[in-house]
Design a protein around this ligand. Structure first.
Ligand code: PEP
Ligand code: MN
Length: 422
């Protein structure tokens, strides 16, 4: 049986909305099928080649951005601050290890969110859960919470603008590259590398796009056949990942991802067994091709030492060419008062444990996945700015998970630079 972009429909799907209007859904899907792609096969292949270099120990994958993009917070300034923050972080990591840093944003499609419950009850009223702006509205009212397929078209429109902005910033960023590298070296107390400072404009920094391939009604029509490579590609982003709640071996999300040629991330949380991981790798990457799979651990600072060594020992013993990365955010969420937050110290601890475990297992610790924003938010606690509990309400803007602000994100990148150097 051959794969097609609709193959996922024959599998049990979790985390998809129940659209009440089938006709409106079909109309939105056919509009997307006719819509412009948001990435190109050439870019996607270039990213895969660089991820392959990371898997072989010659590069480092830096992935970061909002937990969820929204319609309300969109703007050119926001895209530019994210772009600049990621490049500043990449320069720090590069200064630490002289490594090639592959920079990927959670942007231009990161709108759909998995939820632990399908509905929410407030004062005796039960409504569908908020699943991200691509599905419904965050405000608790019956009209807003009804899943609306036309929102997928607004996501496509906004993502197209975002991609254009990223391309424009990439073209302009070369001029900033030497000062960026000098500043990174200064922060780490190093002398700037003159060779790196004189880099060729052809290697101008660029930021790739990524998101969780969660809303398959959106992904399917943006999956396109490429004659040259004789393959199906997701052209909704350069790379996509499968989340912790949808990585079921026989589920729709794995079935979808198995047939596209892009680099695929898989979140690996505390419940994943070594055997399940091997079977996932077999399904998603039967040819064991470097650059195809990124295994993104997200255990929490407490759990990582109990879970990761066995998983890495298994991928090593099986000779898998998958890249191992760490998401030190999603296993470290805590509730303080009524708010979800994360402590920079937990994030640093899980990151350091990742490097130590990887080295003990003979694995290249090759990637970092963060939720961050260039805005001055007060959503995570600690870091060099020493944000305390009392600061949380000041600028707590996320509708979803708590993000590192720019200063905290640079703290984590500087720590990774030190770990790379060690
Ligand atoms: C996320 O990356 O925002 C997310 C939901 O992560 P996970 O699937 O690891 O929980
Ligand atoms: Mn999140």
């Amino acid at each position: 049986m051959s794969w097609s972009p609709t193959s996922w429909r024959a599998h049990p799907a979790s985390q998809l909305p129940a659209y009440p209007d089938a006709e409106a859904l079909a109309m939105a899907e056919s509009c997307l099928a006719a819509a412009a792609p948001l990435s190109t096969v050439a870019e996607n292949r270039a990213l895969s080649a660089r991820v392959a270099a990371a898997a072989e120990g010659r590069a480092f994958l830096l992935q970061g951005g909002d937990c969820a993009e929204t319609f309300a917070e969109f703007g050119a300034d926001k895209v530019r601050t994210t772009f600049n923050l990621l490049l500043d972080m990449a320069a720090l990591i590069a200064a630490g290890g002289q490594e090639d840093v592959v920079t990927v944003a959670r942007i231009a499609g990161q709108f759909a969110k998995p939820r632990s419950a399908d509905s929410e009850t407030v004062d005796g009223v039960t409504l569908p859960a908020y699943r991200g702006d691509i599905v419904n509205a965050a405000a608790f009212d019956p009209a807003g919470r009804t899943p609306d397929p036309m929102r997928m078209l607004e996501v496509h429109r906004q993502s197209g603008i975002t991609v254009d902005l990223l391309r424009a910033y990439a073209a302009a960023a070369y001029a900033d590259e030497a000062p960026r590298r000098r500043e990174a070296a200064r922060r780490l107390g190093l002398r700037p590398d003159p060779v790196a400072l004189a880099r060729d404009p052809a290697s101008a920094p660029r930021v790739f796009t990524s998101h969780e391939a969660l809303l398959l009604h959106y992904e399917e029509p943006l999956t396109r056949w490429d004659e040259a490579s004789e393959a199906w590609w997701s052209l909704s982003a350069n790379m996509v990942w499968i989340g912790e709640r949808t990585r079921h071996l026989d589920g729709a999300h794995v079935a979808y991802a198995s047939g596209i040629a892009n680099t695929i991330g898989v979140k690996c949380g505390p419940s994943l067994t070594p055997d399940e991981l091997l079977r996932l790798a077999e399904t998603l990457d039967p040819e064991n091709r470097a650059g195809r799979l990124v295994l993104i651990g997200r255990f929490g600072a407490e759990e990582i030492a109990r879970r990761l060594p066995a998983l890495m020992a298994t991928t090593q013993a099986a000779g898998l060419n998958a890249l191992w990365a760490i998401d030190p955010m999603h296993g470290n969420t805590r509730t303080v008062g009524a708010r979800k937050t994360r402590f920079v110290d937990d994030i640093l601890a899980e990151t350091a444990a990742f490097f130590a475990i990887a080295r003990a297992e003979g694995v290249h610790p090759g990637g970092l996945h963060l939720e961050l924003t260039g805005d001055h938010v007060t959503e995570c606690l600690g870091g060099s700015a020493a944000l305390a509990e009392a600061d949380l309400p000041r600028r707590y803007l996320t509708h979803c998970d708590p993000r590192l602000n720019a200063a905290q994100a640079l703290d984590v990148a500087a720590e990774v630079a030190r770990l790379v150097m060690a």
